[in-house]
Design a protein. Structure first.
Length: 424
């Protein structure tokens, strides 16, 4: 497969050039298998181990599998200014394992070894695969560092749960090399420029429906999936307008953000954007289905005792914006549907029924029973299209975002191709 990256950044293999950073942890042995997967796929890989990493895996191993000499010391290759040449020449950097120490240094922009120097000169996507003991992963300092790195645009994978060193077991295990490789594949797809010159509208977060001046009806949406979709669309070259409700995460840099609160405000913003004829719309927001029929102008007092709360349906935004265009023409519209069934057949049936009722081009269905998806970094969804094709997607929400955006780009290309044939 030939990846459609900018010609100036293509390696001699016509595939993205990868830097594999390896930190000093017991999981470093797994980086050997990741290196093998990357080289077998045809990538040019430069391995940059820390000096501590070489205490776990020897330099000859990395050199034999990569076919390249290894530089581990900041003073190696001084004439070539290695840390600059490697950083600006890479198409993607993956650090596996990424230790707690390395992530802490990366968070604060420290440049104490060759690998951390390269990170500061890089302009390409960076993927970190953490590996450490559970207590270290759950420590507030590590959690804050991970959040900071993610907000900066780094992709930090979630560690696996399982046996650690000794008799310990818990969350903190390095993901399997194949899982890391699959995450990198999503990144390679993301930077193809497949949505260059396209305008994509994405909704994210949850709406809040006022009951009185201090209370509202809301939902548990964190906005993470919508933000992940926005990041994926931006990485694919799109101009992104993000219509947000309440979110627990900051919107990505580069997106135009329209802040809304209620379902009515979000509906007004989205229908207004439809007038600008966007190329694609992804409705990932958790829009309230009901709102209080009466809103009190004053705070309802506890002394008032029991309250009867009457609810009325809100406007179905997805259905309304789908009515504003002809199915199969731009904008391509993809909806989201949260269901509480863990049975695949039920999810497909529910998603297919919603897809037909709302008139979208595709719908993403996920199981939110027990509240496990809300606020999580990982998810599992089914992408259902009007021709009844069903594609399962799982992994991080960013991986799901890349997969959905990639499919959106394909659908837009199909519409453009059909339009050209009709004109001819």
């Amino acid at each position: 497969m030939v990846w459609l990256l900018q010609a100036s950044r293509l390696s001699r293999t016509n595939l993205p050039r990868v830097i594999l950073g390896v930190c000093g942890g017991i999981a470093a042995y797994k980086s050997v298998e990741l290196l093998r997967l990357l080289t077998r796929a045809g990538h040019e890989v430069s391995v940059v181990p820390t000096l501590n990493a070489l205490r776990f895996v020897g330099q000859p191993t990395f050199e034999a599998l990569s076919g390249k000499s290894i530089k581990a010391n900041l003073w190696d290759g001084g004439a070539d200014v290695t840390h600059v040449a490697e950083g600006i020449g890479a198409d993607l950097i993956v650090i596996a394992p990424a230790t707690a120490d390395f992530m802490a240094r990366a968070t604060h922009g420290l440049a104490s070894d060759l690998l951390s120097n390269i990170l500061l000169t890089a302009t390409c996507p960076v993927v970190l695969a953490p590996a450490m003991h559970t207590q270290m992963w759950e420590h507030p300092a590590t959690r804050a560092n991970v959040e900071s790195l993610r907000n900066r645009g780094y992709i930090v994978l979630e560690p696996d749960t399982g046996p650690l060193t000794g008799t310990d077991s818990g969350k903190g295990r390095l993901p399997a090399p194949q899982e890391i490789f699959d995450a990198l594949q999503a990144q390679f797809h993301a930077n193809t420029g497949a949505l260059a010159a396209r305008h994509i509208v994405i909704s994210a977060g949850g709406t809040q429906e006022d009951w009185d001046p201090v209370r509202y009806i809301g939902n548990r949406s964190s906005g993470k999936q919508g933000v992940a979709l926005a990041r994926a669309a931006l990485a694919a070259g799109a101009r992104v307008t993000l219509v947000v409700g309440h979110m627990d995460i900051d919107p990505p840099a580069g997106a135009e953000v329209i802040q809304t609160k209620s379902s009515a405000e979000m509906h007004k913003a989205l229908t207004g954007l439809m007038d600008g004829q966007p190329d694609g719309v992804i409705m990932a927001a958790a829009v309230a289905d009901f709102r209080p029929a009466q809103q009190s102008a004053a705070k309802i007092k506890k002394a008032d005792r029991y309250q009867n709360l009457e609810l009325e349906p809100t406007i179905d935004i997805l259905t309304d914006i789908c009515r504003q265009r002809v199915l199969g023409t731009k904008p391509i519209i993809i909806g989201f549907a949260a269901e509480t069934s863990g049975i695949r057949e039920d999810l497909i049936a529910l998603g297919s029924a919603k897809l037909a009722a709302k008139g979208a081009d595709a719908i993403v269905v996920n199981n939110v029973s027990n509240g496990e998806i809300f606020g999580s970094e990982n998810t599992e969804v089914l992408l259902i299209e009007v021709d009844q094709t069903v594609a399962p997607i799982l992994g991080s929400k960013l991986n799901v975002g890349h997969a959905v955006v990639h499919r959106l780009a394909q659908l837009l290309d199909q519409v453009d191709s059909m339009s050209r044939k009709i004109k001819i």
